[in-house]
Design a protein around this ligand. Structure first.
Ligand code: GLY
Length: 353
């Protein structure tokens, strides 16, 4: 039997850790965690869908490596990323007499990683956690870089902390159970890395990417790792990762989250690129290339929302403060920059969409 290739990407942030990417890693989760952590109590946090698919494999693997496991399983969906579940997780850890030498394991997509990661950041002022992303979106974005949070009624991710994982185990076999819509959600974030940092990565999306998933994930993670290492606490360069997100978050919110994150970000990237080009703020032809690639990936690039509706929702977002809003614009494919725009000019800027 040939051994599957495992890509190891080392992140040097306030904590140094490896991201392992490969096929069939879930069954080795216990062994891979025991390389960095002595057997202890492990609290596996997962949603009901993912736990049903992979919970047993991960739990058995951990137990075979000497870990004693308990599980916290919550209903899938963004609505579960709330302070009540956070309290339930840390209360369960307390009832289980978990100590700072024990670990949390986030098995699932972005909601699970954010919720479990934040619980790990707060329990006893911080315990280690392992990320096991099971969606493309979580693999290329939320599992890397230590942003953890829960949502408040006032807005998304308003209560959170920077808390880096101790290891990330990304089993790309998990993506086989994703429906095409959820898979495309992740591809939107993957294409984003091409626009902001790598023309060669971006070009790959114009061709046949079937069979390329592992390599593409590794390339995206490498780009994100570089950005996180340069600006872990989000004071500068990390903002580039928000390309497409100002409009994307507005579209997501105005659709009452019926338009999912990746699809909304795809619309956001196309809209902002068109506007930047119309204002002579990026190389001609950039927006067309972005729209072509996103369309090929099965993603939307337009919205019926007016510039006024988008601007008003965007200005209510937590990132709009002071007199200006920082927009991430493409300079050309492979390069992006932050452009500050007066709040009262956002609507007319977006009218070029
Ligand atoms: N998802 C954006 C960031 O990690 O900064």
């Amino acid at each position: 039997m040939t051994e599957n290739k495992v890509t190891r990407i080392n992140v040097r942030a306030s904590r140094q850790y490896d991201i392992l990417i490969g096929r069939g890693l879930l069954g080795s989760a216990g062994k891979l965690i025991s390389e960095i952590h002595a057997p202890c109590k492990a609290l596996i946090v997962s949603d009901d869908t993912v736990f049903g698919l992979y919970g047993k494999t991960v739990q058995t693997s951990l137990e075979n490596s000497g870990f004693s496991c308990e599980c916290f399983v919550f209903p899938h969906g963004e609505a579960s990323k709330n302070p009540q579940n956070l309290i339930q997780i840390v209360s369960l850890a307390a009832k289980l007499h978990m100590t700072r030498s024990d670990i949390f394991v986030a098995l699932g997509g972005g909601v699970t990683g954010d919720l479990c990661g934040f619980a790990a950041a707060t329990y006893m002022r911080g315990v280690e956690f392992i990320g096991i992303p099971t969606t493309v979106l979580a693999a290329v974005d939320s599992s890397v870089g230590g942003k953890t949070a829960v949502d408040l009624p006032e807005g998304k991710n308003l209560m959170g902390a920077f808390h880096q994982p101790s290891r990330v185990i990304c089993d790309t076999e998990c993506f086989k159970t994703l429906d095409s819509h959820t898979f495309a959600d992740g591809l939107a974030e993957a294409a984003k890395y091409g626009v902001i940092r790598s023309e060669s990565l971006f070009r790959r999306f114009s061709g046949d990417i079937s069979g390329e998933t592992d390599n593409i994930i590794a390339e995206c993670v490498t780009i994100k790792k570089d950005i996180v290492e340069a600006d872990e606490f989000d004071h500068g360069e990390r903002a580039l990762l928000n390309f497409g997100h100002t409009v994307g978050h507005a579209v997501e919110k105005l659709s009452e989250f019926k338009i999912t994150h990746g699809h909304a970000v795809a619309i956001g990237m196309a809209v902002i690129a068109k506007c930047a080009e119309a204002y002579g703020l990026c190389e001609n032809g950039t927006a067309k290339r972005i729209v072509e690639v996103l369309t090929k990936l099965g993603l939307p690039t337009e919205t019926e929302l007016s510039a006024r509706e988008i601007a008003s929702a965007a200005l209510n977002d937590k990132k709009a403060s002071g007199k200006t809003l920082s927009l991430v614009l493409p300079e050309k494919i492979g390069q992006a920059y932050v452009h500050d725009i007066p709040l009262n000019e956002l609507e007319s800027f977006l009218s070029a969409k």
